[in-house]
Design a protein. Sequence first.
Length: 492
Amino acid sequence: MKLQVSGNINEYYVQTLCMLFFPGSKFSKNEKEDPFAPCADVCVENREACAIATVTLSHAGRTATATHKEPCDGAEKVSAERIACGKAFLEAGKALTGITPSWGILTGVRPAKLAIDSLTRGKSKQEVRSFLAREYLVNPKKAALVTDIAETEKRILSGVDKRSCSLYISIPFCPSRCSYCSFVSFTSAKLLGLLDSYLVRLCQDIENIAGIIKHLGLSVSTVYIGGGTPTTLDEKQLEQLLKTLTSLVDPDSLQEFTLEAGRPDTVNEEKLKIMKAYGVSRVSINTQTLNDDVLESIGRKHTAADFFRAFDMARNAQIKHINTDLIAGLPGEGFGSFSESIDAVIRLRPDNLTFHTLCIKNAADFAHNKNRLYMNTFSETSKCVDYSQLSAKNAGYVPYYIYRQKNTVDNLENVGFALPGTEGLYNIYMMEEIHSIFAVGAGAVSKMVSRSGEKIERIFEYKYPYEYLAAPDGAKNLEKVKKIEAFYQTTW
Ligand code: SF4
């Protein structure tokens, strides 16, 4: 997509607006690059105490222009410019494409943040909903959803101990690769052969980070083992990891211990017994859809029957909470079969349900086909997302966390639902950046949060397992320890 931006507006924000109408776009200023690419020309200026934005969008021989004027004072200048630009963009975008984005001009990964802030400042839920609809042009249904989530999160976050933290453990290995996967995840036999040495290094790093957490006087309230698919580990490897973790984390402070057992083809009774014995309190058993043809076409290597078996095993193992993920908008899946999957999964009564919208990132196998995918699935996917949320609510679930990603159809959301009292705490803590998340393993990112909550600093591990293993452990760990100590000294 060709993009020209002038005036006082952040270009990244403008790119996000472009993707509401042209999802998956790559940006360029070079007019010769692709004569058929859509174009956006954006100008934002300040005149007479107003931010004035003019947006011209062109595609396929058609052009639409809109201008919006937003009053501002000194304190709200940035916000007024963004709002003016967003509103002009939405008007031009709608005239050109017919699309009305359901989240209006509310961009960013964490749509609940604004609603939590408003509730904290004493606004009623009705006032927050009206504010989102009026100022950000959020569809009333989405405004109600995010306000409900903000209310639940605010209640849960109010009880969080300031000196708590969470621990994330990365197992970036899977038994095979799903075609929509954009994670760094290793599947070939050669790379799976790294697992034993990966675990040795990982356990050393867990020991180191546990030492730092103790030294800082923090307590671990949630542990999350994610991936990849952590149940790619065999029984012996799983026990080795859980034994190390539980020997280092104080069980009295631990509120939640999650392990992603995402792929039903990697779950068995023995592994679940080991998880239960070491105190795992939440597992994800995911199917994404129960349509066997779709499962096969996306390379999931399991059937709906395998999912039901794995789910039953987890229930029989008496793991406290089970989460199940579903994805709306998978290629080849229509509303009919997706709604049947929703109904069947809800009948199982998992404690948590997470509804994702398909997101095509560049790493996914079918990224080259993304424009066709977006267009084919646009209205169907919105219907699937609406149905999933309505069905969960009607079945007694409450929405408790939400996030958005770029490059999803209609910029649709991912929402976690829970039976009341079973909310996945790590998801809320991580999304709302309430406390530090210390992360170990290849591809992991630690996120440190200051006492005031206003400062965030990230520490990145080596991305790939072979880099992680090849690196001299001492140097990287020393650097990490120094960064963590310096952050806590200056911000706590
Ligand atoms: S199970 Fe998840 S991490 Fe593994 S290949 Fe599939 S999408 Fe990627």
